[in-house]
Design a protein around this ligand. Structure first.
Ligand SMILES: [Zn+2]
Length: 368
């Protein structure tokens, strides 16, 4: 892959009209997704103050909706000094309570909106289990699109070769060893929008030795997994002397990525790791900068706060807990949700994007 900077994405999208291949005319959801991505390509260059102003405007609407239609927030917001109709200021915001995971787990119904705007599209139920018992929440199509747009931006920033085979480790009962599950393309968003190579999926509960066997057999160009399993896989390959000559890059998805995991992937396979920080309750929160190993907060998808022990925002160089508010989910609005992660705030990035920087996100799982 070339490191030379290129403008635009090096592929035309798939058209939804058979006789008009190019420029493509896309079906409804794909059109919306690219329309969001078009805006993201502008807003990533806004200043932090401009981004914050737009966030506050959107959060004002979210709070008014939550106050009016979500039983939990109908009482919790006024108790914290929120007055509907008054402009939302950073001072008002800072007084709002933090929502912890235990409350979401115990009271999913109290946190669900009684009147989701029909324009937000169909609503899906998410069941999320990060090892501490499941939580349930509802998500609108609009909120799903916002999440997908960030995954699309990640691909645009990191410019992978779309023609290659992608190997994905994920929880998937239909992707058992040895065959795994084959798909003709990379799925949402890339494989739906663009022509891509095929994808092979393996259930992440497969024993490590069999994962290595699968990888060797499939010989992928891209490998996708969570930080802990990538570290384990790289160490296993190092121990066995297994190299993956076709591999060009590793995409890591999840909580923090340890320096050990980056080093192990480089050592085992000679490739870089690009990490995407997400939590399923709140979606993708930060992407690795295209030019550096730190992360840009995804302000258009969520407000991400890093708070110290006193609940105050951390300055650059300080470490605190991550609290996130997805801007677009009006089905189960999560306001100031404590994600359960710890991050270090970074200084503004030399790449000149205005999206705030997280210098690092601490690994969620203890390193094996
Ligand atoms: Zn940057």
């Amino acid at each position: 892959m070339s490191d030379a900077p290129r403008e635009g994405f090096p592929a035309a999208p798939r058209s939804g009209v058979p006789s008009v291949l190019w420029p493509a005319l896309l079906p409804d959801l794909q059109s919306k997704l690219l329309a969001i991505e078009f805006q993201l390509e502008q807003s990533e260059w806004w200043t932090e103050a401009e981004l914050r102003e737009h966030q506050l405007q959107q959060l004002g609407g979210l709070l008014a909706h939550a106050h009016a239609t979500v039983p939990f927030y109908g009482s919790a917001l006024p108790a914290a000094g929120y007055r509907p109709g008054e402009p939302l200021t950073p001072e008002v915001w800072a007084r709002l309570p933090i929502l912890d995971r235990a409350t979401l787990q115990a009271r999913p119904d109290a946190l669900a909106s009684r009147a989701i705007p029909p324009s937000h599209g169909p609503v899906a139920e998410l069941r999320i289990d990060r090892g501490q018992g499941p939580v349930h929440l509802r998500i609108t199509e609009v909120a799903q699109l916002m999440r997908l747009a960030i995954f699309l931006r990640e691909q645009v920033w990191h410019r992978r070769d779309l023609s290659g085979l992608r190997a994905v480790l994920q929880p998937d009962e239909k992707a058992a060893f040895p065959a795994g599950r084959r798909e003709p393309h990379w799925g949402w968003p890339m494989g739906i929008l663009y022509e891509t190579g095929p994808q092979t999926v393996l259930d992440r509960r497969t024993p490590l030795g069999q994962q290595v066997e699968w990888l060797q057999r499939e010989s992928p160009v891209h490998l996708v997994g969570n930080p802990a399993e990538l570290l384990a896989l790289a160490r296993e390959c190092l121990a066995l002397g297994v190299t993956l000559p076709g591999l060009e890059g590793v995409q890591s998805l999840g909580g923090g990525l340890s320096p050990e995991a980056r080093d192990a992937c480089r050592e085992a396979w000679g490739v870089p790791v690009v990490h995407l920080y997400r939590a399923e309750e709140v979606g993708p929160l930060a992407l690795q900068c295209p030019e550096h190993e730190h992360f840009h907060v995804q302000c258009e998808q969520a407000l991400v706060e890093v708070l110290d022990g006193e609940g105050r925002p951390c300055a650059a160089g300080e470490v605190g807990r991550v609290v996130a508010t997805p801007l677009g989910n009006f089905a189960t609005p999560l306001i100031r949700y404590d994600v359960g992660d710890t991050a270090e705030v970074g200084a503004p990035c030399p790449c000149r994007r205005g999206l705030p920087v997280l210098a690092k996100i601490l690994p969620r799982d203890p390193s094996p």
